[in-house]
Every structure is written in structure tokens, then in C-alpha cells.
Design a protein around this ligand. Structure first.
Ligand code: BTN
Length: 284
């Protein structure tokens, strides 16, 4: 294992050297701009999203970002209060912290943006074609390669903080996956047979995120929707969407300019759905 320093920002002390091959300096060396004000790199955290939710933010945070990465998470979490498998030394646990200058109604686009950024970075760095299961799953060969968990804070109708958590199964082997997810999950290593540098892929995700984020703030959501459509697994298929309690079945027709799924119900009526989890019925 390499011994490398991780670094912190001006108002926080250096974190001690780590015994894992992930460092803030490595990540920073792969970044294309100074947009990233701080990279917090820790050995072990409860959840990088927890760190992201508690960091102090600057007033100019709208024009810069902070990234929190960790070698492992003790309490990595996914959507619907699920646990996110977060062993040491293998995978990416990244939380991007922003004060985005976008209306709260556009907050779901931060999840979509992160999914697009991760898909583009993985394709660029590893060659694998990643698809997106609306709104937040990254899939390869029909199995889950990664996921996004966005947590936002608002006050007086303004987003005061958004923490976009990105988990990618990079170097886990089939044997590393716990039995409860082994049939449903995959990793870059499983798909390609090759291990990949976590620092390099993390920097690539941050670069791809930054360019789309700047476009979102300057132009709005339309370019993101256009980029998303061809990557979605569900369009043109019969699906079931659940929000954890109720289920809606229908034909997935499109994604609208608010990032909502447009579902044609068996009655012929159309329904727009802002969040939920999709199950594909296997029918087109
Ligand atoms: C999901 O698919 O349910 C979302 C998974 C999100 C996992 C990432 S790993 C980094 C960040 N920290 C967490 O605790 N969760 C997110």
C-alpha cells in the first residue's frame, strides 16, 4: 500500500498520512481547474455525505465546490435508508458539496448531473458503456455499478447546501461482494478484469461534474435532459415505479424538462413522476 498525505483546506488542519492509495494530492493532480476549493480525504468516515453536511461553507460557494472522499465508510447509506456497501481500499465514496445557484425545483437535476458525470468519466477512463436507471443508478450489464444520493438543505426557498454523494464499485471482485447484493451489483473490475486508480477516476468524475454544473447554472436543464435520454434504461418499456410505499405501473414514454419521468398509465392518461425507484417488467 502507498503512504500518502491527504489534505484539507485553509481553515482545517491537515489530516494525518493514510495507509491507503487515495490522496487529495493525487485527485487534485487530475483536475482541470481551480473550481474545487477543497478536497477532504479521510481514511474512515461514517458517511462522506455526513461530512459534507457538516462542513462550514463560504459565501462564494456557488462558484466553487468541495469534495469529500474516503477510503471506507462505516455507515455508507443509499436511498430509502439502505446501507451502501463501503469496504476499504477498493471503491469510490465521493460527496460533492455546493451552494448551487439554482431554484429548489431544479435540485433533482443535481442527481441527474452527477449520474451523467460519473457515466461519462467511467466511459472515458475505462471504456465501459454505463447506462442510467432513472433517476440515480449507474448500470452495466443490467447490474448496479454505482448510485447517487443527493441531500439538500433549503431556507426561505433557497438551496443553502447540496451534498451529492456518489458511490462507484470500482475494484471489488465478485468474491468481495456480500451475498445480498452479489446477484444485482457489479464493478469495473468485474466488467473489465482490470483494476483502476480511484484517484484518477475520482478526478475524472469531478471534471465531468464541473463542466455540466457550470452549464446548468448558465443555460439551464435542457442540455442535461438531452444527454440523459439516450442513456436511460427505461424509455420505451413497461415499468413499475415505487416511492417505497405505493406502486404505479405504466409505459415509460419520456423524461420532461424538469427531470420527471413521463409514464403512460394503462388508462391512457399520462402521469409525471418526480422521484421513485423503477422495476423493469421485462416488456417493451
Ligand atoms: C443509492 O444507490 O441508493 C445511492 C448510493 C449512494 C452512495 C454514496 S457513497 C458516497 C456517499 N456517502 C454515502 O453514505 N452515500 C453516498
Amino acid at each position: 500500500m502507498n503512504i500518502k498525505n491527504s489534505s484539507a483546506g485553509p481553515d482545517r488542519p491537515e489530516t494525518p498520512p493514510t495507509d491507503h492509495d487515495l490522496s487529495a494530492d493525487d485527485i487534485r493532480s487530475g483536475l482541470k481547474s481551480t473550481f474545487w476549493r477543497e478536497i477532504v480525504c479521510r481514511r474512515s468516515v461514517s458517511s462522506t455525505n455526513d461530512i459534507g453536511l457538516s462542513l462550514p461553507l463560504d459565501d462564494d460557494q456557488g462558484n466553487s465546490g468541495v469534495a469529500v472522499v474516503a477510503d471506507r465508510q462505516e455507515k455508507g447509506r443509499g436511498r430509502f435508508t439502505r446501507t451502501w456497501f463501503s469496504p476499504p481500499g477498493l471503491n469510490i465514496y465521493l460527496s460533492i458539496v455546493l451552494k448551487p445557484d439554482i431554484p429548489p425545483v431544479d435540485a433533482p437535476f443535481l442527481t441527474i448531473l452527477a449520474a451523467l458525470a460519473a457515466a461519462a468519466a467511467l466511459h472515458r477512463e475505462t471504456g465501459i458503456p454505463v447506462s442510467i436507471k432513472w433517476p440515480n443508478d449507474l448500470l452495466m450489464s443490467g447490474r448496479k455499478l454505482g448510485g447517487i444520493l443527493t441531500e439538500a438543505r433549503t431556507a426561505q426557498g433557497v438551496i443553502t447546501r447540496a451534498v451529492i454523494g456518489i458511490g462507484i464499485n470500482l475494484n471489488s471482485s465478485t468474491d468481495d461482494l456480500p451475498p445480498e447484493i452479489s446477484g444485482k451489483a457489479t464493478s469495473v473490475l468485474i466488467e473489465t478484469g482490470a483494476t483502476v486508480s480511484r484517484g484518477r477516476v475520482t478526478a475524472a468524475i469531478m471534471n465531468e461534474f464541473e463542466s455540466r454544473y457550470k452549464k446548468l447554472q448558465a443555460i439551464g436543464v435542457v442540455p442535461l435532459v438531452q444527454e440523459l435520454r439516450p442513456l436511460l434504461t427505461c424509455l420505451g418499456r413497461d415499468i413499475v415505479v415505487t416511492d417505497g410505499t405505493s406502486k404505479i405501473s405504466g409505459f415509460a414514454e419520456d423524461i420532461d424538462d424538469e427531470g420527471r419521468l413521463v409514464l403512460r398509465l394503462p388508462s391512457g392518461l399520462r402521469r409525471k413522476i418526480g422521484s421513485g425507484e423503477i422495476t423493469d417488467t421485462g416488456k417493451m
